[in-house]
Design a protein around this ligand. Structure first.
Ligand SMILES: Cc1cc2nc3c(=O)[nH]c(=O)nc-3n(C[C@H](O)[C@H](O)[C@H](O)COP(=O)(O)O)c2cc1C
Length: 366
């Protein structure tokens, strides 16, 4: 695993490896997915798109549906609470290029949860099953596989992942990803893999393990513990998108790759930023690029001071010039990136993406 096993198939698609980028609202836009794929990820799921029809033409949703030049398969995640609306969202996205539809039952965002979407759906198994069946039925005529992403359960005493995963398999879902935390945990505590292992043991369809995978060694441990068919990595890829190549190499050879050259890391980031600016435009792009730059310099010598300075810069050109210079100075001191061992953020990720949640919150009537 991953290269030692035959490549994973999803419907008509054969994935180049079994290392996936997790969907992250506000992060895994098309430029970031392309960057991760270029640096070793075999598959990338888009940020969630609401099932609310009235928002499909909004700028945010249309950016999220931007797959220009993206290598397939194009996987679009949908979120919502109403089976017919979710079926329509699946058809709408398929007609606009989605080759795989992923149903979000993993997001703990409050505004989504009070309206019974995301991981809150795990609490209502009949509704969750109805949604899965409706989406599978909508996607079937197009030959589009439907996958499911969920957590281990609603709370510590209600870990129903295995039961729901079996219902998913019966409904025709093609692959299940399990983030090893309950909805109640948010991003607190540690991901546990026993529940992921039990889901894997119970299912015939592929199971993907997710949660807290932040190094090649951890990836191997999670794989050994769960027997999963693939691994999904989210936060550890922020600012470190080459983690996929590192994991792939370690799983194939048992050896750790050296950290990337400072010059390469700088080039990758700057190319990513240009792509990012062209998707979002100069002003919004300059602002939203700050988080990617902050992650890239996080834990590096002088990184925090640079991040604070960079947050004061008000143009894309100034960001790029400052970054080039900062990395050039780092490259004078270090040929390869000094290794940083910072913990993964536990800021709640998607729960912080307040503006996107407005868009994801279904109508009261939904
Ligand atoms: C900023 C952020 C945004 C996220 N957005 C989504 C999302 O849109 N859909 C989803 O299913 N999960 C979302 N997640 C959860 C991740 O896909 C993943 O399950 C979680 O971060 C655990 O994996 P990790 O420990 O590798 O980060 C998000 C997480 C973060 C940090």
């Amino acid at each position: 695993m991953p290269a030692a096993l035959p490549s994973l198939r999803l419907g008509a698609h054969s994935l180049p490896n079994r290392l996936f980028v997790a969907p992250m609202a506000g992060v895994t836009d098309r430029p970031f997915r392309q960057l991760c794929r270029r640096l070793g990820a075999g598959y990338a799921v888009s940020e969630m798109v609401t099932s609310r029809k009235d928002l499909w033409n909004s700028l945010k949703t249309s950016r999220r549906a931007n797959h220009d030049g993206e290598a397939g398969p194009i996987a679009v995640q949908i979120a919502g609470t109403d089976a017919p609306m979710m079926a329509e969202a699946a058809r709408y996205n398929i007609e606009r290029g989605a080759q795989i539809i992923d149903i979000n039952m993993g997001c703990p965002a409050k505004k989504v949860c009070t309206k019974w979407a995301g991981s809150a759906l795990m609490q209502d198994e009949p509704l969750a099953t109805e949604i899965m069946a409706a989406v599978v039925e909508a996607a079937a005529p197009f030959g589009v596989p439907v996958t499911l992403k969920m957590r281990t359960g609603w709370c510590e005493t209600e870990k129903n992942a295995q039961r729901l995963a079996l219902a998913a398999q019966d409904a025709g879902i093609a692959m299940v990803t399990v983030h090893g935390r309950t909805r109640e945990q948010g991003y607190k505590g540690l991901a546990e893999y026993d529940t992921v292992a039990s889901v894997k043991a119970a299912l015939q369809i592929p199971v993907v393990a997710n949660g807290d995978i932040d190094s090649p060694q951890k990836a191997k441990a999670v794989l050994d513990r769960t027997g999963a068919d693939a691994l999904m990595i989210g936060r550890a890829a922020q600012g470190r998108p080459w983690i996929f190549a590192e994991i792939d190499h370690f799983l194939r050879t048992g050896e750790a790759l050296p950290p990337p050259r400072v010059q390469d890391a700088s080039d990758w980031l700057i190319e990513h930023l240009h792509d990012h600016y062209s998707l979002y435009g100069a002003l919004a792009g300059m602002r939203s690029a700050r988080k990617h730059i902050g992650w890239a310099v996080r834990g590096l010598p002088g990184g925090e001071a640079f991040r604070q300075h960079m947050n004061l810069l008000e143009s894309c050109e100034a960001q790029v010039i400052a970054l080039r210079q900062w990395f050039a100075e780092l490259a004078d001191q270090h040929e390869r990136l000094p290794v940083s061992t910072l913990p993964l953020g536990d800021d709640g990720g998607d729960t912080d993406d307040a503006s996107s949640q407005k868009e994801h919150a279904p109508k009261a009537s939904a």
